[in-house]
Design a protein. Structure first.
Length: 398
């Protein structure tokens, strides 16, 4: 036997269903009326704009008629002025007719729009009522089903939802941890690329320093020739050029070494960021996906070298252009080596990013599969609850 309270709830549900049946097409009717109101409002707005424009034309035409009917100054020179006045009066009469038609149509449309808006309000009220009844039906449905002892199938489905929910939380936490590692490694790759750009700038500046040194050597030879031939003026000019070239070379060397050190600092930052990213990679992922994670973090990055401008300046002071040339050569070798090192580091980082991306894809696929399973379980729970409700409903005498 069905309990009295349950029987009353079923009766309430049946009564609510009957009320809902009468409101089955309420949403569609509301959408149709809303569209009609919007169209009518747009048409009314357009006609009001036309009426305003026609009224402006009317006022302008009246002024023209007044000017031509009461001539002043140049209006006396207008040919067939009386005929023109009659023509303008005819145009004014046509405008008055158009204004009257527009006014009548606007009044008619306003009345129709008012009626439509009242109907629209009633339609929205019916839809609100329908939503309230649907909410009430769901509440009664839940009361009836929750009052019944859960079936074995429903218990199994609930257990499955809890299990999948815990797995989902674990996978999502794992995915977030992998994302953090990916972001740090991506940042490190960007820093290596930035360092490579700085080293390339340093290489270009070093090439300029080499050219300046060669020009300085050439100018020193010219100075010695001028001195040998007794051309003091030429020798002084060469000496002045040599001093300028020395200043330019030192400036270029300082800028080159500054760029090398900037690149070195950026590369050091890249090492630190990547190390933090790989260290943050979750151990849980290594335990659950050992094959995918086997090579993640198992890398050794080559190191870049910095620069010391004081050494370059000392070599220049002691050995002159020869020392500067040697310094430029050594700096060029160091820059080229650092460019190769940074490029190798960027390549290793890209490989690690690929491994992390594969790991992230695997966890993402697991999350998506769990989502599908959860949706299926929830749909099965809904079907089982419907079966319980209809079973109780069938047991209630009508």
């Amino acid at each position: 036997m069905v309990e009295r309270n349950t029987a009353m709830l079923i009766a309430d549900y049946n009564n609510t269903e009957l009320q809902l049946a009468a409101l089955s097409g309420a949403e569609q009717q509301m959408q149709t009326i809303d569209r009609d109101v919007a169209n009518m409002s747009a048409a009314l707005h357009h006609r009001q704009g036309m009426l305003s424009k026609t009224q402006q034309d009317d006022m302008h035409l009246q002024k023209r008629i007044h000017r031509n009917s009461n001539p002043r100054f140049f209006h006396y020179l207008v040919c067939n002025r009386d005929a023109k006045v009659e023509r303008l009066k005819g145009e004014l009469q046509d405008l008055v007719g158009i204004e009257q038609n527009l006014s009548n149509k606007i009044a008619e449309d306003s009345g129709q729009l008012s009626t439509l808006r009242q109907t629209q309000q009633n339609s929205h009220t019916r839809v609100d009522k329908k939503h309230q009844l649907e909410s009430h039906c769901r509440a009664v449905f839940d009361q009836v089903v929750n009052a019944q002892p859960p079936t074995q199938t429903l218990q199994q489905l609930w257990a499955g939802v809890q299990q999948h929910g815990a797995q989902m939380a674990s996978e999502q936490g794992l995915l977030q941890a992998i994302d953090r590692s990916v972001q740090l490694v991506q940042q490190g790759l960007s820093l290596f690329q930035q360092a490579e750009g700085l080293y390339n700038q340093a290489h270009r500046v070093n090439q300029q320093a080499k050219q300046t040194n060669r020009a300085e050597v050439s100018e020193e030879r010219r100075e010695r020739r001028e001195e040998a031939f007794g051309n003091d003026f030429g020798a002084e000019r060469s000496e002045w050029r040599i001093e300028n070239l020395e200043r330019e070379e030192r400036h270029l060397q300082a800028r080159r070494d500054s760029l090398i050190n900037q690149a070195h600092d950026v590369a050091m930052q890249a090492y630190q960021v990547i190390s933090a990213g790989l260290s943050a990679f979750p151990m849980e992922a290594r335990a659950r996906y050992p094959q995918l994670c086997a090579s993640i973090g198992q890398v050794a990055f080559p190191r870049v070298e910095g620069a010391n401008f004081n050494n370059a300046l000392l070599a220049d002071m002691i050995f002159g252009t020869t020392g500067a040339a040697m310094n430029d050569y050594r700096s060029g070798c160091k820059i080229q080596n650092n460019i190769r090192v940074v490029a190798q580091c960027a390549s290793i980082t890209s490989q690690q990013l690929g491994l992390l991306g594969a790991m992230k894809a695997a966890v993402t696929a697991a999350v998506q599969q769990l989502q599908v399973s959860l949706q299926s379980l929830e749909q099965n729970i809904k079907s089982e609850r419907n079966a319980i409700f209809h079973s109780v409903r069938a047991a209630v005498p009508q």
